[in-house]
Design a protein around this ligand. Structure first.
Ligand SMILES: [Zn+2]
Length: 842
């Protein structure tokens, strides 16, 4: 059985060889766990069924034919031992006979053994199968093509009858379709912003081109809700004036009880015929949608039906504090329309994209920004101001308590709406385009609960929101997912991290609202003491099979929508099974050697985020450091012995693959997620993304890669440390961070065609970095030597930046010299005096 050491790795272990016993695990003190990317490798496989065979992923026929263990219900896999009569389960080691399998028709019984071994589920570590599938959209028939119905066919023409019958069955039912609904905040909207929104909406139509999607646009401004209204008859008559394309409703809030606020009329009452008028088909009504969007999304005066009440006539002259933002009521109205459309059989699922320019402040779901933060009033402002001046220890303490207060949602309205959406098959994405505080931590649960994304952009015309939304809609993904994790005896999943919810009834079962091939989930593994006891405290079990290495099997079920090359859109319910084995490290040396530093960092990051929620930022940061101290100390003692404790080896010079550890933890402490001075909304978005990150992406968040390009056509590139004095004047650099790509030219490095080869290599690096990311990073080009403002790059030079442990103004060096080494020396001294633990390392 090959141990999966290289890509594609759906399950990535903290170490390729797990410590053989809890003692060895304690001796090295690395976290033990896995990062799972359940849909890794399905990007192209879904579109083309042949592609996944090449990737090593096999598709098998149907669920009921796959053998499952009678004891743990695990799936058969290449890790199982099989013979002519049955198989031994790779996870629980129970034996199941083919007769006992719930397989009909003997897929395994009475089959020659050689043939048995060739079955995909027996041969491959990963396989998937469809549980159900339905066609939800077919391409438009060519104009003029006559679709023969059954009635047109002569009764004796059985061949044509059968054709027509097949066509009827495979044609989509209208009620299976889906809808995209866009909610746009037009308060204080400039003409550029409206243009951006129009481009974005038409981009969405484009993204789903050829699919029979229903399309709705809701906009709000002041006390008015505007719903794009496509009236096919009126358009035909040629009187498509601006008012005809918008239904305008007024919001009133004269009542003292916030729950009683609302719209004077409902959208349903304003729709003359059916909800199809506000949810037109993007396939047949495309031109009408385009017209309506063009006429409807205008900045400034909104014309006709609105009163002067809360509607601002112009985009300028109002700070967001004056603006009435009725997001909650508008969302409620939009969801009402969607649910009615479900009832009417117009469609069965929907995706709602919400665009906000500030925190909601009127009606249900309003956020009282002024009272956010513990000091009441200026909390947000203080956090942001402190980012400018070098902070003192007291500042750190104050900032942490401000940040902690802002991490807690102001109320749970959006969480409840998000849950309602998840139940009814509606995903909501929250996109904030603003430079002011929007209370994202209160809004984020709406997206997180329903399976959508939280995104944030500066309020500028050139933000990449159009491209990001396009990718959001086109990228392959699964919704309504369940993840089942099974492990072999001695191993135990103790805690799960990421955008998942543990099932309350079944241990090892998790619910995930949505998942893309990029998304990852992390699990802590523990040694199950009861199981390990009968195996002498290590993984080698005394049961039936001779040796059983640590094994994890993930079974992932999800619903996905795919479009084939000929334009047929299919919704499928799939299950994907992956089995992964690690080796067993007999000694601490082997355990150290096989550690995967990025997976270790990812688990430490997940622990830190969970601790921040549970115990606050100060405690979370302290615990991350405690771990680093213990890890560095133990590795030092292991590699160099106790007597050389004077100069602690924080760079792991004898275990070079662990060298990034210290910097990764430092970067994590300085990252938006954990640094108390980060802008609160940015922290919330970073946190929401980090929870879904793969191990490598977590490492990029903490300590992005900075690559040096030496001048004069040299193809040699080197990754270097993130500090100013590492940058040379005659070189160029590319920094590859999740949200920014920065090209930096040293003052004497060539630029702009001085040397084509040189620029070509750099552009190549930028292109590759962009390709890796789902959300497009912003690309900066900065010339050194005082020509351009270096601030964007300096924000990433982590080693020049301080944490509270740095000593004043000393950055990473100060942290290592004054803090980390001293604490490690202390730790080593204590352990030597205590006498425990060290011996186990040998
Ligand atoms: Zn089993």
């Amino acid at each position: 059985m090959p141990i999966d050491t290289d890509a594609p790795r759906i399950v990535r272990w903290t170490s390729r060889a797990l410590p053989k016993s809890p003692d060895v695990a304690r001796a090295i003190d690395a976290p033990l766990g896995v990062v799972v990317r359940p849909l890794l490798g399905t990007e192209d496989a879904d579109a083309d069924a042949n592609a996944d065979a090449d990737e090593g992923f096999v598709r098998v026929k149907s669920a009921e034919h796959i053998a499952r263990c009678h004891a743990c219900f695990g799936y058969i896999s290449s890790a199982c031992v099989i013979d002519a009569r049955g198989f031994v389960c790779a996870t629980c080691e129970a034996r199941t006979s083919w007769d006992a399998c719930a397989t009909r028709g003997g897929r395994y019984r009475d089959v020659p053994f050689a043939e048995l071994q060739r079955l995909p589920e027996v041969r491959s570590a990963t396989y998937s199968f469809d549980i159900a599938r339905e066609v939800i959209s077919t391409p438009v028939p060519a104009p003029g093509a006559h679709e023969a119905g059954i009635d047109d066919v002569a009764p004796d023409d059985w061949r044509r009858r059968a054709d027509a019958e097949r066509r009827r069955r495979s044609s989509p039912r209208r009620s299976d379709g889906r809808a995209v609904v866009i909610i746009v905040d037009l308060n204080d909207a400039s003409e550029e912003y409206c243009e951006l929104m129009r481009t974005m909406i038409m981009g969405c139509v484009e993204a789903l081109a050829g699919e029979d999607v229903r399309f709705g646009v809701f906009a709000f401004r002041g006390d008015a809700l505007e719903v794009l209204h496509v009236d096919a008859d009126a358009r035909g008559g040629g009187d498509a004036d601006a008012n005809n394309s918008v239904i305008r409703l007024r919001y009133f809030d004269t009542h003292a009880n916030a729950k009683k606020h609302g719209f004077i009329r409902r959208v349903r009452d304003a729709v003359p015929r059916s909800l199809e008028d506000v949810l037109p088909s993007a396939l047949t009504g495309r031109a009408a949608i385009e017209d309506a969007v063009e006429n409807g999304l205008r900045s400034g005066s909104s014309g006709g039906g609105t009163s002067s009440g809360g509607t601002h006539g112009s985009s300028s002259g109002f700070s967001s504090g004056d603006t009435k933002r009725i997001f909650g009521p508008v969302l409620d109205e939009a969801l009402g329309v969607i649910e009615d459309a479900f009832d009417e059989g117009l469609m069965s699922s929907a995706r709602v994209l919400t665009f906000l320019r500030g925190a909601p402040n009127a009606g249900v779901g309003a956020c009282d920004i002024a009272s956010r933060g513990s000091s009441g009033g200026s909390g947000v402002q203080r956090v942001q101001n402190l980012d400018v001046a070098p902070p003192t220890a007291l500042d750190f303490e104050l900032a942490s308590s401000e940040a902690e207060a802002l991490m807690i949602p102001a109320h749970d309205y959006y969480e409840l709406v998000g849950e309602r959406c998840a139940l009814s098959g509606v995903e909501v994405d929250v996109v904030v385009i603003s430079d002011t505080f929007c209370d994202v931590s209160t809004l984020a649960p709406l997206a997180e609960r329903s399976g959508g994304r939280v995104m944030m952009y500066e309020d500028r015309a050139d933000v990449p929101v159009v491209g990001d939304v396009f990718r959001l809609l086109t990228r392959s993904r699964g919704v309504n997912c369940t993840l089942r994790v099974r492990c072999s005896p001695g191993l135990d999943i103790s805690r799960a991290y990421g955008a998942l919810v543990a099932d309350t009834a079944y241990p090892g079962l998790y619910h995930i609202a949505s998942c893309t091939p990029d998304d990852a989930f992390a699990f802590d593994c523990g040694f199950d003491a009861a199981q390990a006891a009968n195996a002498n405290g290590d993984f080698r079990s005394a049961s039936s099979s001779n040796t059983s290495p640590p094994t994890i099997q993930v079974a992932f079920e999800y619903t996905t929508t795919t479009r084939s090359a000929d334009g047929i859109v299919t919704r499928r319910r799939c299950r994907r099974v992956h089995t992964s084995r690690a080796a067993v490290a007999k000694s601490a040396r082997e355990a150290y050697k096989t550690l995967d530093v990025n997976v270790v960092a990812a688990l430490i990051a997940h622990h830190a985020l969970a601790n921040a929620d549970e115990f606050g930022l100060v405690e979370s940061r302290a615990r991350a450091l405690d771990w680093l101290v213990a890890f560095v100390s133990k590795a030092h003692v292991f590699a160099r012995g106790v007597d050389r404790g004077d100069d602690v080896d924080v760079d792991f010079s004898l275990l070079p693959h662990l060298a990034p550890t210290t910097r990764l933890v430092y970067g994590l402490l300085r990252s938006k997620m954990l640094f108390p001075f980060a802008i609160p909304d940015a922290r919330c978005v970073a946190r929401s993304r980090a929870l879904r990150c793969s191990a490598d992406d977590v490492a990029d968040y903490a300590y992005p890669t900075l690559t040096e390009f030496a001048f004069a056509g040299a193809t040699q590139t080197t990754p270097i440390r993130l500090r100013r004095d590492a940058l040379r004047d005659d070189c160029a650099y590319v920094l590859d961070a999740p949200q920014d790509i920065i090209v930096y030219y040293g003052s004497s490095a060539a630029r702009d065609g001085d040397d084509d080869v040189f620029d070509g290599i750099i552009e190549d690096a930028v292109r590759r970095a962009r390709m890796r990311r789902t959300f497009q990073p912003r690309v900066w080009r900065i010339r050194g030597g005082g020509v351009d403002d270096p601030t964007p790059l300096e924000r990433y030079l982590v080693e020049d930046l301080d944490v509270e442990y740095s000593g004043r103004g000393r950055g990473f060096d100060g942290f290592v010299k004054d803090y980390l080494k001293a604490r490690c020396r202390e730790e080593i001294r204590m352990r030597v005096l205590g006498g425990g633990g060290v011996s186990a390392a040998s």
